[in-house]
Design a protein around this ligand. Sequence first.
Ligand code: IPE
Ligand code: IPE
Ligand code: MG
Length: 240
Amino acid sequence: MSTSIPHHIAVVMDGNGRWATRRFLPRVAGHKVGVDALRACVRHCGDIGVKVLTVFAFSSENWSRPPEEVSGLMELLALALSREVPQLKAEGVRIHFVGDRSSLPVKVRKGLAQAEADTAGNQRLVFNICFNYGGRWDIAQAAARLAAEGRAITEESLAGAMSLAHVPDPDLVIRTGGEHRLSNFLLWQSAYSEFYFSDKLWPEFDTRALDAAIEDYSRRERRFGKTSEQLDPKAARKAA
Ligand code: IPE
Ligand code: IPE
Ligand code: MG
């Protein structure tokens, strides 16, 4: 059976802190190595034909971490943007930031806008970085926007007002780090996604691990509420 490449992969990059703690390093050191893993993941997705990659980099709830970790993450984002954007631009990656920007430091906000503007002409891979993002925030902001415009709230209008309206829903959602939960990621958009959980910590999640996740995804049958027979009547007759 040939491997089917998901159009849109979303990733909860979890386990950086544990990776560092196990090595007696500060947690921020784990986040730094996490950026290396992410760079490899973005490149591999582009190479194998994934069209959209969405990653969870900082949740609305992550503000409650120790202040030095929060400021370390803000600095790391600013640094990663200045270092990585030229290469991403050259590789045909289009960057979008998804989340509530209003409470981010001005320096970070400027960096986000600049990265988006610099890569706006690219088409090879759409790379959504969810930063200060929460699935509940997204649904609420979409509903508030529709209400302010006096529009009716329907599945279609809400989907169109969501922060990921520019891409189709994720086909595959991967979470590393051994936890089996969404932690407020893509609550609306993952309604029919396939889930893949890995015990690997994010800094260890290499391209082989990503290939294994895609291989596993390839073997799933996505029924969207239908029966197997409706999806493939010929195969069903053979099996009978
Ligand atoms: C995920 O790794 C990255 C962020 C939440 C920013 P964690 O920092 O949650 O790592 P663990 O789960 O503590 O190991
Ligand atoms: C989810 O991981 C958020 C990111 C990966 C950015 P967390 O580590 O914050 O999730 P919980 O707290 O274990 O649910
Ligand atoms: Mg975690």
